[in-house]
Write a protein that binds this ligand. Structure first.
Ligand code: NAP
Length: 489
């Protein structure tokens, strides 16, 4: 049985607010489907406006408790949460593969990755340093103190059902804020398992909440609430833009982790075997459904044919199948619509002169599976150049000079991640500085780390998660100017 859990209580068909499990939604229920076979795996409540508002009010009370909890206790609580994630890693990974479809080996990796943010912020909680600034006047003292912003909210996507939550929640909780998370309706069970472990770790009521429901309803209440002080959103640029407009009335503090359109540039001095390894790590993880996936491969003319041949040969070895098969590397896309998007990009590319050198038109495999595809002849006129494909298709363009490669890489309004492979150290520095993106992998395909600031520029949003910067997203600065207090009474 692929879905036997060691601890069945981790699979909760109820959401979590104010330290209580809520089984009934006033708006009914949402059914959650296994993308690998279309079967319903469970249901979660669909909360109405009143239920969401009540949880926000409870989170405001939770915030009062939590911000007055000692740093040592906050840190210890986060650390227990981290330990519990490791203790229950296998169950958490199974829940993830069941609802999201990614290979079980990748789900285990995501649990480690998600937990690493909690570990990092359990330590950062102790380092909320302020400043003492020399004043112009001798009788003044200037002190700057970071304070938690208050009740915070998070709306997260389905492609990383655990990590997209922990990298927000751990930072918020470390800063002393409370948080309400609305996970994607496709993948609520991983989020609810985190809530169960958060309860066991000992977070006071109202501090960490996971609410399920229609995104329109929850989004509306989160953004219109005057109690909420911050929204951190990870998802598409289109929805991010809408939410930003909705936050305008209350001027909520915002972090937007949005879509990408990453270039993967291979220069003629690159080690091609390393480049292929990096390409597979970056592009084909989660069957091509990651925001930092290379969407456009740009290869210098002298090494183009050899790179394409090596990439295609390596991709042939990736087994496609069910996520619970330990050997499988490529699984089902999240739903039929996702397969249709890859089909649309494929058809458009071939109609505009692209040539398929590996794979076939998506849609032939069962259960929304798509095997790796490589297309040569990529051009800026193709849809694939403009939009994220979010599937296992690598389109390749040939370029001539170093500057041509850089210009092509930067020819997008998105700026989340960029990758390049080169061996000349001058070129490595030059190109890393010239690429316009929030994150650059220089001879590296796996760039996500809890200790580094993750985030984009331009249409990929703003704000950073992880690193020293991650906690600051949940803090506001208070500057106190101390003047002369007069003779002592
Ligand atoms: P999405 O459609 O924008 O959804 C993201 C979240 O927003 C989900 O929880 C969704 O809920 C919710 N949502 C959708 N419409 C909403 C609305 N009108 N009001 C409030 N909430 C709303 O994105 P997705 O398909 O889940 O995820 C894929 C996208 O996320 C890609 O563009 C990817 O690049 C991006 N992403 C970015 C990062 C990053 O760090 N920059 C990381 C991962 C993914 P429901 O699912 O329940 O509708």
């Amino acid at each position: 049985m692929s879905f036997a859990l060691n601890d069945s209580k981790l699979f909760r068909e109820a959401c979590y607010g104010n330290g209580q499990w809520i089984s009934d939604g006033n708006d009914g229920h949402i059914e959650v489907v296994n993308p690998a076979n279309g079967e319903v795996i469970g249901r979660v409540p669909s909360l109405d406006e009143g239920q969401v508002s009540a949880s926000i009010a409870a989170a405001a009370e939770g915030f009062e408790v939590w911000k007055n909890t000692s740093i040592a206790d906050r840190s210890a609580c986060l650390r227990r949460w981290f330990d519990l994630m490791h203790e229950h890693k296998e169950d958490l990974a199974r829940i993830m593969t069941l609802e999201q479809g990614k290979p079980i080996t990748e789900s285990r990796g995501e649990i480690d990755y998600a937990a690493s943010y909690i570990e990092w912020f359990a330590e950062e909680a102790k380092r909320g340093y302020g400043q003492v600034i020399p004043a112009v006047k001798p009788d003044q003292r200037i002190v700057v103190r970071p304070e938690p912003v208050g009740v915070t909210t998070a709306i997260t996507p389905w492609n990383f059902p655990a990590a997209m939550i922990t990298r927000k929640a751990a930072a918020a909780l470390a800063a002393g804020c409370s948080m309400l998370v609305k996970p994607s309706g496709n993948t609520p069970f991983s989020a609810l398992a985190l809530a169960e472990l958060g309860e066991r770790a000992g977070f006071p009521a109202g501090v960490f909440n996971v609410l399920t429901g229609s995104s329109a309803v929850v989004g509306e209440v989160f953004t219109r609430s005057g109690t909420v002080k911050k929204l951190s959103f990870t998802g598409s640029t289109e929805v991010g833009r809408k939410l930003m407009a909705m936050c305008a009335d209350n001027l909520h503090k915002l972090s937007l982790e949005l879509g990408g359109n990453a270039p993967f540039v291979v220069f003629d001095d690159a080690d091609l075997d390393l480049a292929v390894k990096g390409a597979i790590a970056a592009k084909f993880r989660n069957t091509g459904q990651t925001c930092i996936c290379p969407n456009r491969f740009l290869v210098q003319a002298a090494v183009h044919d050899e790179f394409v041949a090596k990439l295609a040969a390596a991709l042939k070895e990736l087994k496609v199948g069910d996520g619970f098969d330990e050997e499988v590397k490529q699984t089902s896309l999240i739903n039929e619509k996702a397969v249709e998007k890859v089909q649309r990009h494929y058809d458009d590319a071939l109609a505009k002169g692209g040539k398929c050198v590996l794979g076939e038109r998506p849609g032939k495999l069962p259960h929304n599976r798509v095997a790796p595809i490589v297309i040569t002849g990529l051009s800026q006129q193709m849809q694939i150049w403009q939009e994220e494909t979010f599937g296992p298709m690598a389109p390749v363009m040939k370029f001539d000079s170093e500057q041509d490669g850089i210009d092509a890489a930067n020819a997008t309004p998105f700026g989340l991640a960029a990758y390049f492979y080169a061996s000349n150290s001058d070129r490595v520095w030059r190109v890393s500085e010239a690429l316009q993106a929030g994150m650059v992998g220089a001879n590296e395909g796996a760039i996500s780390n809890a200790m580094a600031p993750f985030g984009g520029i331009d249409q990929s949003g703003f704000g950073r998660e992880g690193g020293r910067e991650g906690m600051a997203e949940y803090q506001q600065l208070k500057y106190v100017c101390f003047g002369e207090s007069g003779p002592a009474a």
